[in-house]
Design a protein around this ligand. Structure first.
Ligand code: NOJ
Length: 767
């Protein structure tokens, strides 16, 4: 199929519409692109099509040629269902009528598949063919041949695609404390995403985990801002390393702490907590070079985040220096009118969001037309200045140019299956293995001997690919019924590890108990069903009573029982809190069984450490190790978890032998260099997470007794001792000064601090 190299005419009326080509595509003619076709203009063409011209010149040139309608279109991102099937929610084949409405009439510049929304046949090749077909139509029907940018939520691998490797969900990655690994995962995900014609990934989440009632808890990395920020930084760098995919730091800011634990209910955070605890993780990820930021869908202190000029302009642009694209969350521009009632019309909603700092509106199918009409009206009426619109459009165009979309808008669909199906399984298995967090190992039952006579594998998550993946897998709420998604379940992993030895799957509770009575050990895999967003909110984030009962009954057999928790959060365990052998597997993804089995049988030595506090009771929310000690003295008024932040056991033993500082005094803006000497005093190789905390000085503003300042992971052979340096800027310990209004600026208090790790400490004076 030859593509026209005709230069774009400058007048709107001269729009080219090679409809025959598009119709052929949409009629189902197989789109096979040989190689990646290039739209690079001849040197005599317009500057904006010249890939060699400086980006700013290209953007300026293109902007000058654009009409209001074309500009507004670049600030809009439509859900792909808007151009499939019935043009609304049905999905299915691309529909020419809808494509015409979206691209010819509304000039939309971006498409997303949000939480599923696959092509009719969900294979990588079909994804690539779909994105190519949409891209081709969009370019051919854009007077200026502006390519679109396609976005997805690839939050644990290319998770919407059947057969794509599913990495652990973020919270499990939090347990690895491994920024390098997370960077590798970001890169791997980008490769998969790119192979299907997608260049925008709505990940990572830089919100911090504070409340297990919230259904999106598992999408965060950690309760601690430094740990969450460092891992988000790793993901951003890895994602963008290839230069072909943009990451998104979301959900800016303060999304994870709705007051009553329910998603998108009001959030109230005082300015000091916002600045010192919530914002740093986003900042760290943004500083890593993230191309885009997504806005918090909820409200903060009585203002919808999408309407907050303070957040989106003062903090994000002025303080953080962010230069990229700010995208709204799902339908959140219209929500300013319909859900928040801060404005009376869609046009005013568009104005409010654009003026606050939103550059692109993410639109469900029924919100697209209203947005473009409203935004055009808002600009025509002077509610949004052309300058502000140009600024938003320029950011979008700059991004498309940076990603090379003007030159290489298509992918080779024939390569997509090969690039995606089962790709990087070893990496995903390694990530899942590193995430395994051994919480209890009484009597050293673990690791199990592979040659035990009979092992029973029981529990609702023992053989469930759906449960081990959680939400955002094929479908928004998890793998839809009837979808055959590959994955290694715990049962399969245990069976594979044991070869010919007898491994029995017992899904029924009575059967599990009677089988265990005649077995050498039981592995019981409990937890939660998949879900996402509000659907997974819980007023009682606990292990279901029947699962607690199953564990109790199995333990009563007197046989060794290992409880494996496959869950989106540290669920309150009830009677299972007394389980003798407890392994947290988080939501480990497609390679769950391989990872769990490798830890159960000792092929891998567990190294996961809790990135969050494990609560004893459901009343313990919100919770974090950074909470201030209560002054009442009542029971549990202090930090009182079942397992604390950072907890995790190993099959070997470690000792921290020393902690020294390069200098015992540091300037407020200086860097602390702590050297920690650790040793493996047991008989197995292992990896030790070395957290370095800073203890508070005398400070007029209250700060947690101990805050994480930096960390490292150290591989240690049996008997080996190593010294590792953990360096961190003292500015990480800054707190916002001022009275209860937090009206001061963040600064580091001078005085006497302590740096501590593994029971060792060193005095530090801050000047
Ligand atoms: C809503 C979610 O809040 C956000 O995380 C996601 O990226 C978008 N939907 C798109 O699916």
């Amino acid at each position: 199929m030859a593509r026209s190299t005709q230069h774009p005419p400058s007048g709107r009326g001269a729009r080219r519409r090679p409809l025959a080509l598009a119709v052929a595509l949409l009629a189902g003619a197989a789109l096979t692109l040989t190689g990646t076709s290039s739209a690079t203009a001849a040197p005599t063409g317009p500057v904006y099509l010249n890939a060699k011209a400086p980006a700013e010149q290209r953007v300026g040139d293109l902007l000058r040629r654009m009409t209001l309608e074309e500009k507004v279109g670049q600030t809009a991102q439509a859900a792909v269902v808007r151009i499939q099937g019935d043009c609304m929610w049905s999905g299915g084949d691309l529909t020419e009528r809808c494509m015409k409405e979206v691209f010819d009439d509304q000039e939309i510049g971006s498409i997303l598949s949000g939480g599923g929304m696959p092509p009719k046949v969900n294979t990588p090749k079909a994804w690539a063919e779909m994105t190519n077909a949409i891209q081709r139509y969009a370019i051919e029907h854009s007077r200026l041949r502006i390519p679109l940018i396609y976005g997805v939520d690839a939050v644990h691998g290319h998770n919407n695609v059947i057969g794509a490797t599913k990495t652990p969900q973020q919270l499990g990655l939090g347990a690895t404390w491994n920024t390098g690994l997370v960077r590798e995962l970001g890169a791997s995900t980008s490769e998969a995403v790119k192979a299907t014609g997608v260049s925008w990934n709505f990940a990572p989440v830089a919100d911090i985990s504070r409340d297990t009632r919230w259904g999106r808890y598992y999408e965060t990395f950690a309760e601690d801002p430094i740990l969450a920020g460092s891992l988000a930084e790793g993901f951003v760098k890895g994602s963008e390393d290839t230069g072909a995919v943009s990451a998104t730091v979301k959900h800016f800011a303060g999304y994870s702490q709705p007051m009553n634990g329910h998603d998108r209910t009001e959030t109230h955070v005082d300015p000091r907590y916002l600045r010192d605890t919530i914002l740093p993780a986003y900042k760290q990820a943004i500083d890593a070079g993230a191309d885009t930021v997504m806005v918090n869908s909820g409200s903060l202190n009585g203002i919808p985040a999408h309407a907050s000029k303070y957040l989106l302009t003062d903090v994000l642009r002025k303080d953080f220096g962010f230069k990229g694209v700010v995208v709204s969350d799902w339908d959140d521009v219209r929500a300013l009118q319909t859900r928040f009632h801060v404005v009376g019309s869609y046009a005013d909603a568009a104005a409010k969001a654009l003026n606050a700092g939103v550059d692109m509106a993410m639109l469900p199918p029924d919100a697209v037309d209203g947005y473009t009409a409203g935004a055009r009206e808002a600009v025509r009426d002077g509610k949004v200045s052309m300058r502000r619109l140009d600024e938003a459009v320029a950011r979008v165009l700059r991004l498309k140019m940076k990603l090379g979309l003007f030159e290489n808008p298509f992918v080779d669909a024939s390569k997509a299956d090969g690039a995606v199906l089962g790709a990087d399984k070893d990496l995903a298995a390694r990530a899942a293995t590193e995430s395994m967090t051994l919480l209890r190992n009484e009597g050293n039952v673990l690791p199990l001997n592979k040659d035990l006579g009979k092992v029973v594998v029981a529990g609702p998550s023992a053989d469930s690919v759906a449960n081990q993946n959680g939400g955002w897998t094929i479908g928004w709420q998890g793998i839809p019924a009837g979808v055959d998604e590959p994955g290694v379940t715990v049962y399969e992993g245990v069976k594979a590890a044991r070869g010919d030895a007898e491994t029995v799957l017992a899904m029924d509770a009575d059967e599990a108990v009677s089988e265990t009575e005649g077995a050498d050990a039981a592995v019981v895999v409990v937890g939660e069903k998949p879900g996402a967003e509000g659907e997974l909110d819980s007023e009682n984030p606990s292990l279901a009573a029947d699962q607690q009962d199953l564990i109790d009954r199995l333990e009563k057999t007197g046989k060794p029982v290992v409880v494996v928790v496959v869950a989106s959060r540290p669920i309150v365990l009830g009677s299972a809190a007394d389980a003798k052998n407890l392994l947290m597997a988080w939501l480990p993804g497609s390679e769950a069984g391989t990872a769990v089995a490798s830890v159960l049988f000792g092929d891998a030595n567990p190294s996961g450490r809790l990135p969050v506090s494990w609560p004893k009771t459901v009343g313990d929310q919100p919770m974090s190790y950074l909470q201030l000690p209560g002054t009442n003295g009542g029971p549990s008024s202090n930090y009182d978890p079942l397992f604390p932040f950072g907890h995790g056991l190993s099959y070997t033993t470690y000792e921290t032998r020393g902690l020294t500082l390069a200098s015992s005094s540091v300037a407020k803006n200086g860097t602390v260099r702590a050297s920690v000497t650790v040793a493996n005093t047991g008989s197995r190789t292992g990896t030790l997470v070395v957290p370095v905390y800073v203890e508070r000085p005398v400070s007029s503003v209250l700060v947690a007794p101990r805050r994480l300042a930096g960390f490292a992971r150290v591989d240690l052979a049996a008997g080996q001792q190593r010294t590792v340096e953990v360096a961190f800027p003292m500015s990480r310990m800054a707190v916002t000064q001022g009275d209860v209004d937090g009206s001061g600026t963040p600064s580091v208090s001078s005085g006497a601090y302590k740096v501590v790790s593994g029971g060792k400490e060193a005095a530090l004076t801050v000047r």
